[in-house]
Design a binder for this molecule. Structure first.
Ligand code: SF4
Length: 353
């Protein structure tokens, strides 16, 4: 693949452009956890010159799910006898004093599912159990959660609810913009919401490129990013046009807007970002586990040794954390960034920093 550099004078390969980049130092935040892992796995970091610095951002849903959310899930399982349906990664994420995995030993019923629809199906087959689906993720996954709630409503299930920690990206882009020179925007998120937010950010001086996930797509996006950055003007380029359209997926956006509304949301290690979360609207409160089980407000405490918050903001590398690779490993994670298959700490551990 070639990238037109310097207004079409001569064409150089994208790989050449990033290998031989000689412009000003540039920090690029790869927002998406899948980007982080693919960049590591494909060895792209190893070919970058020191002037191109990649920062692993807050786009891994498990990594940014707050400690208090795990505490709430454990409370639902142990105090209210609910069956927790969740994606596998969340089972090992530490809460304040325990994890769902440890809670299993104390009698918690925790069911690993692969989609919100699986949780609805489980609830339909087990009417004697109160089933709570742990709803985490970004704009990409929220529509499927809404469809699951709709399915439960259509099937008149009164034993299904969701515990929400759904998040949206615009607040994070705002919160992180001083930690990076440009964003490698998550292709999956913008396939849903479109590119309007990226265009708006560029108009306000925040640059970025939308990137796909193959080696060719990632290298091309990085080459376009550094080439544009060198020119010194804010920019946005959609380098993933085969999937990302300017208008996104309006039907999915409408579905979410009709069932959910923005709320303030806590991001693990980062703190509260105003209006960066999504919760069910009042008319769907019977499916909101916090309302249904009258959960008290929970304040979680993360392990003081864990530096996930700084890692997620690019303020330190996973290897700067004292317990990285010693006390904290994928088998025995201390923080969420080591648990998740999309976490920066697990990527550093698996592929070497
Ligand atoms: S190495 Fe472990 S403890 Fe340290 S920041 Fe990463 S997840 Fe947290």
């Amino acid at each position: 693949m070639t990238v037109d550099r310097n207004e079409g004078s001569k064409k150089r390969s994208a790989l050449d452009i990033i290998r031989n980049y000689s412009g000003p130092d540039v920090r690029i935040m790869e927002v998406c956890g899948t980007h982080t892992h693919e960049i590591f796995r494909l060895g792209i970091r190893k070919i970058l010159p020191p002037s191109i610095r990649l920062i692993s951002g807050p786009g891994c849903p498990v990594c940014v799910t707050p400690v208090s959310f795990i505490d709430e899930a454990i409370m639902l399982a142990l105090d209210h006898g609910c069956t927790i349906c969740t994606f596998g990664d969340l089972v090992r994420v530490p809460g304040t004093g325990s994890s769902l995995q440890k809670a299993r030993g104390a009698g918690a019923k925790v069911q690993v599912v692969y989609s919100p629809a699986d949780a609805v199906e489980y609830a339909a087959k087990h009417p004697e159990e109160q089933v709570v689906f742990l709803s985490v993720g970004f704009e990409t996954t929220t529509p499927s959660v809404c469809l699951a709630v709709q399915a439960a409503q259509n099937d008149k299930l009164d034993n299904f609810s969701i515990l929400t920690a759904n998040k949206t990206m615009p607040g994070a882009y705002e919160a992180m913009k001083d930690s990076t020179d440009l964003y490698l925007y998550p292709g999956h998120v913008h396939a849903i919401v479109g590119t309007g937010i990226c265009e708006d950010l560029a108009a306000r001086g925040v640059s970025g490129v939308c990137a796909g996930f193959t080696a060719s797509e990632l290298v091309t996006a990085l080459a376009v990013a550094v080439t544009k950055f060198e020119k010194g003007e804010p920019f946005f380029v959609n380098c993933y046009p085969r999937v990302v359209r300017a208008q996104g997926q309006p039907a999915a956006v409408r579905l979410v807007d009709s069932m959910m509304e923005p709320c303030d949301s806590e991001w693990r290690g980062i703190g509260e970002i105003p209006m960066s979360g999504m919760k069910l609207r009042d008319e769907y409160s019977q499916y909101d586990a916090r309302v249904k089980f009258s959960l008290p407000e929970v304040k979680g405490r993360s392990n003081p040794a864990c530096r996930c918050g700084e890692v997620l903001q690019g303020k330190c590398l996973p290897s700067d954390c004292k317990v990285f690779g010693k006390v904290c490993t994928p088998e025995h994670p201390v923080g969420a960034c080591m648990v998740s298959g999309e976490g920066a700490c697990s990527a550093f551990y698996l592929y070497g920093g």
